[in-house]
Design a protein around this ligand. Structure first.
Ligand code: DX5
Ligand code: ZN
Length: 219
């Protein structure tokens, strides 16, 4: 299991302190939400911000791009220091364009992930499972931190897990939105590999919240 605290909910006046708390914890990834004010109704970080985070931490940078032009921005954020780029199926939809972008990200030595909104059927992502490193199942509508977990996401996780096994794919399953200790346990029981948590981690004691998520895996 991997924990990916989402910096969307950080206190931006204390970035170095909070990064060092994450580094002392069992969390190995940092989830970075890029929003363009078009694909989602919110606007977040640009490449210079991600470059700065990159210089401040050696955590694996899990960059989730909620943008209408993932082809341009995948490159921009790879150059800024992303280790993994996850883009949205809905931003491209055309199978060839999706596959081309997955391959382009991987050709730069980075990992490639594909995400989908709660309303998008999970089966649409199955044709890409042999090429993907990760599928990010959204358990809230993308755009904002602090929303309530949508339990329907667990049905998608179960179906996805079954398909990954069937295809003998190495693809990881990540879940994002409304994750806390309880919903994290449900997600892990359904087959999730990577838990993203924003407000649960950064609006509480960072070390304790991550420890609570980490201890879920033994239950
Ligand atoms: C929402 C983002 C999430 C967000 C999760 O669109 O993709 O990564 O940070 O925040 P919480 O954990 O507060 O739901
Ligand atoms: Zn995210």
């Amino acid at each position: 299991m991997i924990i990916a605290p989402s910096i969307l909910s950080m206190d931006f006046s204390k970035i170095p302190q909070q990064l060092s708390e994450v580094e002392k914890s069992p969390a190995k990834w940092l989830h970075v939400d890029i929003m363009d004010g078009h694909f989602v109704p919110n606007l977040t970080f640009g490449p210079d911000f991600v470059k700065s985070i990159r210089t401040q931490t050696s955590l694996f940078l899990d960059v989730h791009i909620m943008v209408s032009d993932p082809v341009t921005f995948a490159d921009v954020f790879i150059q800024a220091g992303a280790d993994l780029i996850t883009f949205h199926y809905e931003a491209l939809e055309d199978s060839k364009a999706v596959l081309d972008l997955i391959r382009k990200i991987k050709s730069k030595g980075k990992k490639a992930g594909l995400s989908l909104r709660p309303a998008t059927p999970i089966q649409l992502l199955f044709p890409f499972l042999n090429e993907l490193d990760l599928v990010l199942v959204m358990s809230v509508n993308p755009g904002f931190g602090g929303q309530a977990f949508m339990p329907e996401a667990l049905v998608k996780v179960t179906m996805l897990k079954r398909q990954i096994k069937l295809m003998e794919s190495q693809c990881l399953i990540e879940i994002d939105g409304g994750i806390n200790q309880d919903t994290g346990t449900m997600a892990l029981n359904s087959g999730v590999d990577v838990l993203v948590a924003g407000s649960y981690v950064f609006k509480n004691n960072i070390g304790e919240a991550i420890k609570n998520l980490w201890e879920n895996q033994s239950h």
